[in-house]
Design a protein around this ligand. Structure first.
Ligand SMILES: C[S@@+](CC[C@H](N)C(=O)[O-])C[C@H]1O[C@@H](n2cnc3c(N)ncnc32)[C@H](O)[C@@H]1O
Length: 265
């Protein structure tokens, strides 16, 4: 075999001359650059970019409001934190913040939770050492012993007696996070919400132990004035709080009424 070299020009590289062994019988192709089969690891992120918000792809089976709800849930840090801590709902952070400010959840209490699904507030009440917790919701709630949760409409005239019977005595604390499904008509929605809050206030004035606490979801403005006046007459103190977990764009606030004066007022 000869070691002689020869200068050759390849059709694919017209401007380049290559020295090749004279005896080569390989096809006339120049050496190719090898393609990369594996990309450098990026540890789950596109290099040089921030984590992106999860976007809901619009499909024709979902209503616009369901899409907006899903998108909010997927991007909500309180939803993520609730999952990480094993809380049943992001609402758990609201009651924790209210209690951090006013210290109304204590060991050995009897507590009623109105509108308790999926159970974040019940979970926090038990964690704070409540001895007996009874909840009610229109929706089924996964059991959480030793709490008792019933599926019933709170506005059913039989509901109040049933709750007290299950609790076994006057409640020390009544919590209400009830919110009806909105219908999209602002004024009607507001009246329905206020109606539920008024029903919770009536029940509280009938059943709460003197000295006890009532916490309710509320909304600014409109028909809330009457509720506020009633609470101020019947409790030593009434505070308005907008917890961090309450969405800024919502007019939702919470009322914390402490030091119930008793039924005679
Ligand atoms: C914001 S969620 C409550 C979240 C709850 N605090 C938690 O920690 O998981 C409001 C609940 O009120 C309930 N609700 C609305 N109207 C009701 C009614 N008339 N009787 C009972 N529950 C009702 C809804 O079904 C809904 O589950």
């Amino acid at each position: 075999m000869s070691n002689s070299l020869v200068v050759r020009r390849f059709a694919s590289e017209p401007n380049c001359l290559r020295l090749m062994p004279m005896s080569t019988d390989k096809p006339e192709t120049p050496p190719q650059e090898r393609k990369r089969l594996v990309k450098a690891p990026t540890r789950g992120k596109e290099v040089g970019t921030r984590p992106k918000a999860v976007r809901v792809i619009k499909g024709n089976k979902m209503t616009q409001s369901s899409q907006a709800w899903l998108s909010r849930q997927l991007n909500d840090p309180f939803v993520t934190a609730a999952k990480a801590k094993g809380y049943r709902s992001r609402a758990a952070f609201k009651i924790l913040e209210l209690d951090e400010k006013y210290h109304f959840l204590k060991q050995g209490q009897r507590i009623i939770d109105l509108g308790c699904a999926p159970g974040g507030w019940v979970q926090m009440a038990l964690a704070k050492g409540a001895s007996n917790v009874v909840g009610v919701d229109l929706l089924y709630v996964e059991p959480m012993p030793p709490a008792t949760m019933i599926q019933m409409d709170f506005t059913d005239p039989a509901c109040g007696d049933r709750l007290i019977e299950l609790l076994g005595g006057a409640p020390d604390v009544i919590l209400s996070d009830m919110a009806p499904n909105t219908m999209g008509h602002r004024q009607t929605d507001h009246l329905r919400i206020v109606g539920l809050i008024e029903a919770a206030v009536d029940f509280t004035l009938e059943t709460l132990r003197p000295g006890g606490t009532f916490v309710t979801k509320a909304f600014q403005g409109g028909e809330m004035e009457g509720v506020l006046l009633t609470l101020k007459r019947n409790f030593a103190e009434v505070k308005h709080v907008k917890p961090k977990a309450s969405r800024a764009e919502s007019s939702e606030v919470y009322l914390v009424a402490t030091g119930f004066k008793g039924r005679s007022v």
